[in-house]
Design a protein around this ligand. Structure first.
Ligand SMILES: Cc1ncc(COP(=O)(O)O)c(C=O)c1O
Length: 379
């Protein structure tokens, strides 16, 4: 593919930091690189405590443990999301109640959440699709009224905000991904952000296999042992060394991605005006971290043909998420409510190439190809 969908960007300092981590002869987690990454994340996000994890999936699984979700509890999750947003809670035996997306954005439809709340509901998972905030005021009000926890799945949400507050710092807990397709990367990696500070000590325990090893290393206790149920969510110093090089360059990465995002948006605006496609909307309460540029076609057939046309021309366009309520694992467990917007994004959404080293000329050629496909709308 001449222009792939994604090309992981190296800032230039990764190898140097990896060599330093090797020279330190401290390769397991929670060394100096892990601490530096966590401090950087805490200052970037502005509040709360950051814990590096091996993935966002692991951060979500840690969050499910911290919310003390158990068999029979209910968790509300958008259907149009990555499996991990729901699987983390299903692993604890929770029943998942899927909610539809908004008509004009794949984020969950906050107006449809309250009708799903029962005596057994424990958690709402707010997935900030494409790094664009969910409508958090209404979700937080519901959580207060019904005594629920909010876990923000901010896998795609680094360096983005809701009414000026960083994503991942608004709910009780937030989960970020540094998978190679994200804005800042570590190959595989993630972090758990703890905003309810009463959960910090438990988060340390859950992340360290259910032991109070972190307290032991700090000198707070004279031996460590098994104190709760947990798992191995702690990444090695090699992951942290790589991630630090990325976090130190986040402003530069963000500037470039925003430039590319705006170029796509300008290049495709005429198609949206004509009604050929739906383009991403950024509500006034949300910022844009340019994680993803996507468009929504009018049908599965149009999408299939558009992706084929882009691929013929050498551009790696892709689709993703299949509505989870209709998945092979879940369909027999779903309560039968139609979730038409989730299904429409499943069938009709296309993601265009988006990565730091994408050239302006590539974006122009991709926009030309999309416009040509729809019969040449003027820019
Ligand atoms: C919304 C969402 N949640 C969770 C994840 C899982 O992230 P990770 O690959 O770091 O486990 C992803 C992955 O892309 C995602 O898109």
């Amino acid at each position: 593919m001449a222009v792939p969908f994604n090309r992981p960007y190296l800032t230039g300092h990764e190898a140097q930091y990896l060599e330093k981590a090797l020279a330190n002869r401290k390769l397991a987690g929670d060394g100096t690189f892990t601490k530096q990454c966590q401090a950087k994340l805490e200052s970037l996000l502005g509040s709360g405590r950051a814990f590096l994890t091996t993935s966002c999936t692991d951060a979500l699984e840690a969050a499910a443990l911290l919310c003390d979700v158990g068999p029979g509890d209910e968790v509300i999750v958008p259907s149009y999301t990555f499996v991990s947003s729901a699987n983390a809670f299903a692993l604890r035996g929770a029943n998942i109640r899927f909610v539809d997306s908004l008509p004009d954005h794949p984020n969950l439809d906050h107006s449809k959440v309250e009708e799903l709340i029962t005596e057994r509901t424990r958690v709402i998972v707010a997935v900030h699709y494409a790094g664009v905030a969910c409508e958090m005021d209404s979700l937080c009000a519901l959580a207060d009224r019904h005594n629920l926890k909010i876990v923000e799945d901010a896998a795609q949400g680094i360096a983005s905000s809701y009414r000026g507050k960083s994503l991942g710092t608004i709910g009780d807990l937030g989960a970020f991904s540094y998978h190679e397709t994200k804005n800042v990367i570590a190959g595989e990696g993630g972090s758990l952000h703890v905003n309810d500070l009463r959960l910090v000590e438990q988060a340390e325990i859950v992340r360290e296999k259910g032991t109070n090893r972190s307290a032991f290393f700090r000198g707070d206790v004279d031996k460590y042992g098994w104190v709760a149920v947990g798992s191995s969510f702690l990444p090695s110093e090699l992951t942290a060394a790589f991630l630090l090089a990325q976090l130190e360059n986040i402003d530069r990465i963000q500037r470039r991605r925003l430039h590319l995002w705006n170029a796509y948006d300008a290049g495709l605006a005429a198609l949206a005006k004509r009604g050929d496609v739906q383009l991403p909307t950024i509500p006034n309460y949300a910022s844009n971290n340019a994680h993803m540029y996507f468009l929504v076609c009018d049908s599965l057939d149009t999408r299939t043909r558009l992706i084929a046309r882009l691929r013929e021309r050498g551009f790696g366009a892709v689709f993703h998420y299949q509505s989870l309520h209709a998945s092979r694992y879940f369909k027999d467990k779903h309560d039968g409510r139609p979730l038409p917007n989730a299904d429409r994004y499943t069938d009709c959404l296309v993601r265009l190439p988006m990565f730091y080293e994408l050239e302006d000329a590539d974006v122009e050629r991709i926009c030309d190809t999309v416009r040509g496909f729809f019969g040449g709308a003027r820019v």
